[in-house]
Design a protein around this ligand. Sequence first.
Ligand SMILES: C[S@@+](CC[C@H](N)C(=O)[O-])C[C@H]1O[C@@H](n2cnc3c(N)ncnc32)[C@H](O)[C@@H]1O
Length: 234
Amino acid sequence: MQRKIITTSDGSKTIQIEDWNEQYHSIHGAIQEANHVFLKHGLLFYFELISKSNKNHTKPVEISILEIGFGTGLNAFLTLIEAENLKLSINYTGVEAYPVRPEEIKELNYIELLSKNYASAFGKMHSASWERKHKITSYFQLEKQQKFFQDIKNVDEFNIIYFDAFGARVQPNLWTEDIFKVMYNALKNDGVLVTYSAKGSVRRAMQAVGFKVERLPGPPGKREMLRATKHPKK
Ligand SMILES: C[S@@+](CC[C@H](N)C(=O)[O-])C[C@H]1O[C@@H](n2cnc3c(N)ncnc32)[C@H](O)[C@@H]1O
């Protein structure tokens, strides 16, 4: 399918699938959306939560993240920058069936808009070989896995899932109970899944597999988003 680079409302670029009229990020601002949905309501929310229960810093803080749709690496890059700021160790797994090509990556403007200090880290994330763990910075370890989301088999491994599949309008099969069961299994207890979608059918599919689901204010251009937590009944 034809992919084209476009500029979103906050000046950051993203990729558009022309045949589907679907983008990798919100046209109202790619960086703004990623920061709001995945960083603020995902990583920073979870970090605050564990910081409260680890007040005396008796345990080193380490967080494992699974990303559903590695794509341009924007969510991973924002997470890497935050890991450095917070001095927080992150193990990041990005699953992606159709990797973005190097010539497309070159056209993105995330380094100049976010941080030139991490330009080489952004390059390293993209040039890193697949199916292997790589230490990208002292706080950020990355493994990219090329496979379908449906084939994820991890159990009790991740603290956070960034659920960033294309919308249910174009890929309804990725927003079903079957897929959310895979996500539920992959999370550790008290782990959270965040997504930009707020559709009623998505919320109900999450609840059906056992998630506790909250509706939160959405990023610019969207009223709401969802955060699902795994709290198994004892
Ligand atoms: C909304 S984009 C992800 C954007 C990405 N998080 C970023 O920051 O650029 C959705 C991604 O899911 C990938 N994808 C679509 N269907 C898939 C599937 N069944 N399994 C794995 N990846 C898939 C697409 O290639 C695309 O990169």
